[in-house]
Design a protein around this ligand. Structure first.
Ligand code: C8R
Length: 267
């Protein structure tokens, strides 16, 4: 057991490409367009087979460590949807809570509520030069190489999502983490979303700063990295609003932990 735990590198345990990845994408796409988001969001122009094929082609037969964002562009173009005004929700470090709040596109729309994110969220993929063109036994980790297949995918997807946001945009982030600030210029949000918001289409950036019920607030809307976020937002010409623990989020958190002291005060 000790040997296994101290063996060469933890990344050797990385899984390879998800088996049946193309079929999963096709199935998810039909679920998305026929059932789950049928009357929630405008649909994409490409057919499900075409989208799955464009995604698969983007990384197949490519070396896993040299995949640029441009490889995914044909997929992004075919899967792109118009976003409803005031609905885009970005997040950093609070994926699950942001998705609970978004409510499958009913309250807000996250990248995973768009076809581009929905088709591949949770999947693993990487290519290889030798047949069959996909590596099903091991994909590199994000630290192994700068342009690992799925990192450049999420970078391209985040950028496309930010470019289509209109009106007020919302970003949810965590102000209680000791290991990293709520806003970082090198997070996906800081690097691929905020800089690509369209100045002519977006009016304001509304920040929801959350703090887990049992953890002290390391940062609030008035201090720490939120000050830098305000500066970065206003420098681009957008209005900036920030709210610590809005009631709606508190109620969501309390649904999971109703007896905790903080939830006794919710009226
Ligand atoms: N976004 C980025 N990364 C995403 C993602 C997504 O929608 N969906 C998944 N599954 N991932 P983080 P961040 C994966 O530190 O860096 C968009 C990637 O593996 O919690 O600011 C989204 O629109 C990535 O490493 O947040 C959101 O607004 C982690 O999950 C930001 O970018 C997310 O890392 C979130 O990116």
């Amino acid at each position: 057991l000790l040997l296994a735990m101290t063996s060469p590198s933890a990344s050797d345990n990385n899984p390879g490409t998800t088996p049946h990845i193309q079929d999963i994408c096709i199935g998810r796409c039909y679920d998305y367009s026929q059932i789950k988001y049928k009357s929630v969001l405008p649909q994409a122009s490409g057919s499900c087979e075409e989208l799955a094929d464009k995604f698969f082609t983007a990384f197949s037969h490519q070396p896993p460590c040299s995949l640029s964002m441009a490889h995914y562009q044909p997929f992004m173009d075919a899967a792109k949807q118009a976003l409803p005004e005031d609905k885009a929700l970005f997040w950093s470090g609070v994926k699950q809570l942001a998705h609970e709040y978004a409510g499958d596109g009913r309250r807000f729309v996250t990248l995973e509520d768009t076809l581009i994110g929905y088709l591949v969220d949770g999947l693993v993929w990487c290519g290889q030069g030798s047949p069959p063109g996909q590596n099903y036994s091991r994909c590199p980790s994000w630290n192994d190489c700068p342009l690992e297949s799925s990192e450049s995918f999420w970078a391209a997807a985040s950028k496309a999502f930010a470019e289509s946001a209109r009106g007020r945009v919302t970003v949810m982030t965590d102000g209680s983490r000791a290991d990293r600030p709520a806003y970082r210029r090198d997070s996906f949000f800081g690097k691929y979303e905020l800089p690509f918001l369209n100045k002519a289409l977006v009016t304001s950036v509304d920040v929801i700063l959350t703090h887990p019920l049992d953890q002290p607030a390391v940062e609030t809307c008035e201090n720490g990295s939120l000050v830098q976020l305000m500066q970065d937002v206003t420098a681009r010409g957008f209005n900036f609003n920030c709210e610590d623990d809005p009631q709606a989020i508190l109620h969501l958190l309390c649904a999971d932990d109703p007896v905790i002291r903080e939830c006794q005060l919710v009226t």
